[in-house]
Design a binder for this molecule. Structure first.
Ligand SMILES: N=c1c2ncn([C@@H]3O[C@H](COP(=O)(O)OP(=O)(O)OP(=O)(O)O)[C@@H](O)[C@H]3O)c2ncn1[C@@H]1O[C@H](COP(=O)(O)O)[C@@H](O)[C@H]1O
Length: 89
């Protein structure tokens, strides 16, 4: 199984933002603006919470992956890099 890391996904999304390929959901999410991006983060965070309480490990893992994606979209929407965040870890 080919595994994608957090950093690899961020590099991929950065490339989507730069090259704006046709049909990219990420490009559409970036164009929707920070308000919409923030709402998606909150929505996915809620789904993670519910999955943690009531759903399987696989379902929880999928929700967490979606939350990570939405956080990255928000980071790109605000022009943050991974280092901007990593320096606080
Ligand atoms: N990891 C993700 C990813 N996680 C979640 N999502 C999006 O989030 C949606 C699920 O979130 P929701 O529950 O909010 O579903 P929804 O409200 O029905 O979806 P939308 O109406 O918001 O599209 C999915 O249908 C995807 O649109 C993702 N979209 C893209 N990626 C990865 O990002 C990369 C670039 O993708 P594109 O920009 O689409 O080429 C690729 O590697 C993708 O695998």
């Amino acid at each position: 199984m080919l595994v994608k890391t957090f950093d690899e996904l961020f590099a991929e999304l950065t490339d989507r933002a730069k090259n704006r390929p046709e049909g990219s959901g990420t490009v559409a999410a970036l164009d929707a603006g920070v308000h919409a991006q923030g709402k998606k983060v909150l929505e996915e965070a809620g789904e993670v919470w519910i999955a943690a309480e009531y759903q399987s490990d696989a379902e929880l893992s999928e929700e967490i992956s979606q939350l990570l994606y939405r956080v990255q979209v928000l980071m790109l929407g605000r022009g943050l890099t991974l280092d901007d965040v990593y320096k606080y870890l």
